[in-house]
Design a protein. Structure first.
Length: 240
């Protein structure tokens, strides 16, 4: 029996499958190293745990560790990147007519449901006990997680990407989520419910009026008024 004719799409499918398998392996290794590292950090203190300790406990070489993590501190950013991916996917599923902050509340329910509370608790305890990593983690939250929220607000409200409004709303929403995590860490309870309550407070407080923020230029483009003060502009659109 003659072999079937060569189809270039077959090669594309093989490459796609191979790429998916490599990505799955990468995610598996990273998640396992993160799990081991957080346990050691929580148990012995971040500053007392070496890369050699993590590699030995995870069953990998130090060289392999550095293949996935440029520094020990980067282990603490894994959760943020994973959370941002889950959040972006959840936000894409929200209906277009839904109020943006309400969409964020519902999407975060999926994010929290995806996470292990024990893992999250360790992550928070390690950061709270290690002031030297705090600035890096806060910066990562701004660049990774808040960026996902900012992009969603800008897209949903149809404002320019360089408009200031989505950045401010994302910072406010991110602050509410961080506050909810801190409260949960200190007092316990249902993390999902606490985050939802925090975003609900934000949702009630955002009562600004509609699509005027499309007219707000970037800050650098706003000329100063005659007295040296910046000119006033219209209120930004509503996110509720």
């Amino acid at each position: 029996m003659a072999a079937p004719p060569w189809n270039p799409e077959d090669d594309d499918e093989k490459r796609s499958l191979s790429a998916k398998l490599r990505e799955q392996r990468l995610e598996t290794v990273v998640a396992e190293v993160e799990r081991v590292a957080l346990r050691l950090f929580d148990q012995d203190g971040f500053v007392n745990v070496t890369v050699e300790d993590i590699a030995s406990e995870a069953g990998i070489s130090v060289r392999t560790f550095y293949r996935y993590f440029p520094t020990k501190e980067d282990v603490l950013h894994v959760r943020l990147r994973r959370e941002a991916r889950t959040l972006r996917a959840a936000l894409e599923e929200r209906p277009p007519g839904e109020a943006p902050v309400r969409s964020l509340r519902v999407a975060y329910e999926q994010v929290v449901a995806f996470e292990d509370p024990v893992h999250v608790g360790r992550w928070i305890r390690v950061i709270a006990a290690t002031p030297s990593v705090l600035a890096g983690v806060i910066g990562a939250i701004q660049l990774i997680n808040n960026a996902a929220i900012r992009d969603f607000f800008a897209s949903r409200l149809g404002v320019p990407e360089d408009s200031m409004a989505p950045w401010i709303w994302a910072a406010a929403a991110g602050g509410a989520i961080e506050a909810a995590h801190i409260r949960w860490h200190l007092n316990g309870g249902d993390l999902n419910q606490i985050i939802s309550e925090g975003l609900e407070i934000l949702e009630r407080g955002m009562t600004m009026s509609a699509p005027a923020a499309a007219a707000i230029p970037p800050a650098a483009a706003i000329p100063p008024a005659g007295n040296g003060q910046r000119k006033r502009t219209a209120a930004p659109p509503s996110v509720t």
